[in-house]
Design a binder for this molecule. Sequence first.
Ligand code: M6R
Length: 641
Amino acid sequence: MCGIIGYIGEKNANEITLKGLKKLEYRGYDSFGFANLTSKINIYKDIGKVSQIKNIDLPKSNISIAHTRWATHGGVKKENSHPHQSNNKEIALTHNGIIENYQEIKKELIKNDYFFKSETDSEIIPVYIEYLIKKEKIVFFEALKKTLKKIKGNYAITIIYKNEKKIFFAKKGSPLIIGIGKNENFISSDMNAFLECTNKIICLDDNEYGFIEENSFSIYDLNTNKKKNKKINLIKNDTLKNKEIIKENKKIKNIKTNNNNNNNNNNNEKNNEKNNEKNNEKKIKEIIEKIKNKIDFKQNYNNHYMLKEIFEQANTIDYAINQNIKKITKIINKIKKTNDIFLIGCGTSYNCCLYASYLFREILNKQTTPIIASEFENYLPLITNKSLIIAVSQSGETIDVLEAIKKSKEKKATIFSIVNTNFSTLTRISDENIMMNSGVEICVLSTKSYTSQIAIFLLLIYSLKYNYNNAIKKIKKISNKIPLILENNFEKLKEIADLIKEKNDLFLIGRNSLYPIALEGALKIKEVSYIHAEGFAGGELKHGTIALIENKTPVIILSSKKNRELTLSNAIEIKSRGGYIIGFDYINNEIFDNFIEIPNIDEDNSILMIIPLQILSYFLAINRGCDPDKPRNLAKSVTVI
Ligand code: M6R
């Protein structure tokens, strides 16, 4: 979604904001713009890609705000891109979010002879500030405060004003973070935009506004108008954090996570684990090398984050389960005592919630309700102070998830979150967070974050069923198989993608916990290759979808021991109508036209099923000329409703 970066300091602000916007590209956008301050405000904006720009055509300055826009109000046009200016050109603004009452304010301003150049909701803000300064003869900051009280909706805004060497800001509903440097300060909707320059951050909360200067910052509460003291947080890198957790866990001996005594903690086992990890990393490197030699890797595949992130999963799953034992124990004790559990997410994160709900029932005999965050309102009457909500989100900024959590908090429910992004809004409003530790996920598609989410649910569920150490062992058994999956199936998946790339429709069938995997596989395929892909539960075939099976319609069959017979009977029905069957299982079957071998393990093998589906989607995207990292119309983080 839209991204903001602002810089004030002793360096070249144009260069820094350009670099910052490039870091925000992964979030998805269609146009961009810059405003800087010299003796006046200078603006440069365009539609298209920031990555193609080397320099921006603006005079040198030490103060700049910049923006990537993802069109909501008004089409993809230069005039609609940010920054927007006041009529007298003394004020420039960037805005993320939506101003709900903009039409009413726009009418009022037009009545007073003000004009608008764009179709956006955002433009009313600088124009209204100008209007107030003139009408009420007040200073800029006072007019800003009054404007903030007037507008309704969600916003993260940065503003520069011709007469002050400051970047003004305000936040409600959309993320905004200040970066504190030496003789320089930053402000952004995503700290990745400035983390290279400083790791000292201040997370702004809703209804805060203020300004940054070269050597200071001031934050005010919009309700009380009082100045606030805010904590400066230090961002540690993931490697350091992982090491700290391992050290902390070593201190905790003989942890009992359930009534079983945990006697498995002997030295041999620890050494084995360490060796496995090292072997895994080595193996991944070897496989990538092998694959590079086999296919034309350099020409087509080298530069995509999607592929990099798919490969990383052999390690990121292990990082995801490297959690503080005390914290996990506390969380599972709460789960044990609660019968009122709701799992909330959107898109891939919802698919993970649905998957986890199967495991909660099957392994723990515990009813949990998975909810698509945007549908949460319908479940609100069921939420009480005894409810436990587990929110799942890679970004921690998905607006529907945040709204659901805010409403749950009003009902005094307990909130646990599974999140990847440190200091994101979700982490700050939850009672307890389990961080995914996946590292930044740049590709718009969730891949490594999805398997990390699953791994964390497995950690909780297996810890409850068995004990913490056994849970770790079981999950590592799964993650150790990932290099094998990559190695054995990579070329085959490329061939399958070649075969089916021209198809318009594709179906995926799964039963039980493989049903959510079918949904996730379909989501991956459609969002990156634009082929219509639909996942459904095997039992539903005869209730409608079978009508769409034609000669050579590709259907991916996900089956395993538990559901093989019934799923194969679906495959036979499809085959007899001409369907082209691609089987995913550890046993091949004559009914399959093509086969992807999934290693046979006792544990739930869903993580192992999704990885080849991710690779297949990647190849489909490449074969159809789609950009796998930045699919059309999609944004990495959906921060507006
Ligand atoms: O950041 P979140 O996990 O909350 O994001 C939720 C969805 O927007 C996200 O999973 C989306 O569906 C991805 N494009 C899936 O690849």
